[in-house]
Design a protein around this ligand. Structure first.
Ligand code: BT5
Length: 265
């Protein structure tokens, strides 16, 4: 009976209201009932104003990092991409992933961050971020910062159940995605403007305090290479500082996966 009641409530989840988002999006809002991937939509579109938003109820081929899949079922989550034209050096672009993670984490109570791109609730992933860049004449032309948040998901496929969660599974309450989207976007643009002015230092302390990776034994996986180390800090450029048997090393978020030695985080 309880399940039926919950299913009925789920059936009436409000849609995303794109009009309502215009007050927090400085650029344009592009809304889709269904698309392959909001990151792909944003990457392929020309003449898009800076700080625009691409958002969908459902993604048919949601993408994670390094060619992985991102499950994006209809109406239960937030699948959105922020389109940016930052005038910053190419090697600072990966810091935008950290900004987005912090923005989401400010909005989801109890959440922490797993460097570089996961927001975590009770040790499981509630949000993932995929930042992609289009380079023209060796200069970053635009950056797409894709954010996926599991909001009202009530169950995950078996292969994900161990490591994925949603706000609903954590709080036992369904949430209106519109409120969360607005809150994340206002946090994001406020952090972003400060970052463009004053660099990563503006959020380094807060990010480091929320970063669950620090102090843990982690495996750093880069292609077929894997090494174990202790994560000790986040550098002033948003990289991960690790301690290995050969001394300290800096890891850039680009092509690596980080896994806790004792489980996902
Ligand atoms: C990410 O990659 O976490 C980046 C996810 C970015 C998704 C957004 S949604 C809007 C925009 N448009 C897109 O097409 N993408 C972006 P990564 O760290 O590689 O994590 C991918 C892994 O997370 C998969 O291999 C699964 O193990 C797991 N996964 C897949 N779907 C998930 C989900 N809904 N929730 C939690 N984990 C998931």
């Amino acid at each position: 009976m309880k399940n039926n009641v919950e299913k009925n409530i789920q059936y009436t989840f409000p849609n995303i209201n794109p009009k309502n988002l215009e007050s927090v999006v400085p650029g344009r809002v592009y809304y889709f009932e269904k698309t392959k991937s909001t990151n792909t939509e944003a990457k392929l579109k020309d003449n898009v104003p800076d700080k625009s938003l691409f958002i969908a109820e459902e993604q048919e081929s949601g993408r994670g990092r390094l060619g992985r899949e991102w499950k994006s079922p209809a109406k239960t989550g937030i699948w959105m991409s922020i389109y940016l034209k930052p005038q910053i050096p190419q090697d600072s672009i990966s810091q935008l992933t950290l900004l987005a993670g912090l923005a989401v984490s400010r909005v989801i109570p109890d959440s922490l961050i797993k460097w570089p791109n996961d927001v975590i609730l009770s040790g499981k992933k509630v949000c993932g971020i995929l930042t992609e860049m289009i380079v023209k004449n060796s200069i970053p032309d635009r950056v797409i910062c894709g954010i996926g948040i599991n909001v009202n998901t009530d169950s995950f496929p078996e292969d994900l159940a161990e490591k994925a969660t949603s706000i609903y599974l954590h709080t036992k309450k369904f949430a209106d995605r519109n409120n969360i989207i607005k809150a994340v976007l206002s946090e994001f643009f406020s952090i972003y403007d400060a970052f463009i002015k004053n660099g990563f230092d503006t959020i380094r302390k807060e990010y480091t305090e929320k970063c669950i990776t620090i102090g843990r034994e982690v495996s750093i996986i880069c292609g077929s290479e894997k090494k174990t180390a202790k994560a000790i800090d986040i550098t002033e450029k948003g990289e991960l500082l690790i301690e290995t048997e050969n001394g300290t090393e800096i890891v850039n978020s680009g092509e690596v996966s980080v896994r806790g030695v004792l489980g996902y985080c």
